[in-house]
Write a new protein. Structure first.
Length: 153
């Protein structure tokens, strides 16, 4: 089951994101960053366990552009469609907001290809450079792949 995140979800998300960040899979995020962007976050609740088993953020970048960030599905729950469900929830929110394009910077190119994204040159995402890249630990040697989807209206 999908729902938007609440502030009492943040401690768990923070702990798990930073464990995966240590493996180099996602970027680390501070508690302050997660609390102040809680409205970006979607979570997936396992119906049986009643616990959060995945999350994903949709961050608006510009008038037509948003980014999928911090997408994680707990290891024991992967390959069951949860990642797709979270990304599709972000697409639905993006459409409601009137956005036409969503991108991700990722190592998981096959997953993103299967949910509709295509690989693009990072140069097509100038707003990303203006905002976050300059402060990222990977800048200017980012080895992630930029992927983009044009949403149907
Ligand atoms: C990437 C991730 C979110 C995928 O979540 P998931 O719940 O396993 O994905 P789904 O089950 O919804 O998979 C959707 C499709 O992608 C495919 N897929 C998922 N992970 C894949 C992988 N690592 N390699 C190739 N294909 C993959 C699935 O087979 C499925 O294909 P299909 O629908 O055509 O049969 C998960 O592996 C993860 O949390 N990884 C670590 C964190 C990370 O790298 N996040 C991305 C940050 S941008």
């Amino acid at each position: 089951m999908h729902r938007k995140a609440r502030v009492d979800d943040i401690r768990l998300i923070h702990r798990e994101i930073n464990l995966l960040a240590a493996e180099g899979k996602v970027l680390p995020r501070s508690l302050n960053d997660l609390y102040t962007h809680v409205r970006d976050l979607h979570v997936w609740i396992d119906d049986g366990l009643k616990t959060i088993v995945g999350w994903c953020a949709l961050h608006v970048m510009w008038e037509d552009l948003a980014e999928i960030r911090s997408l994680v599905v707990a290891k024991a729950h992967r390959r069951r469609g949860i990642g797709r469900g979270l990304v599709e929830a972000c697409f639905a929110e993006a459409r409601e907001l009137g956005l036409s394009r969503v991108f991700a910077l990722t190592y998981e190119t096959e997953f993103f290809r299967r949910v509709g994204f295509r690989i693009v040159d990072k140069q097509v995402l100038p707003q990303k450079i203006w905002s976050d890249c300059l402060n990222c630990t990977k800048f200017p040697d980012c080895d992630e792949t930029a992927m983009l989807i044009d949403l149907d209206p």
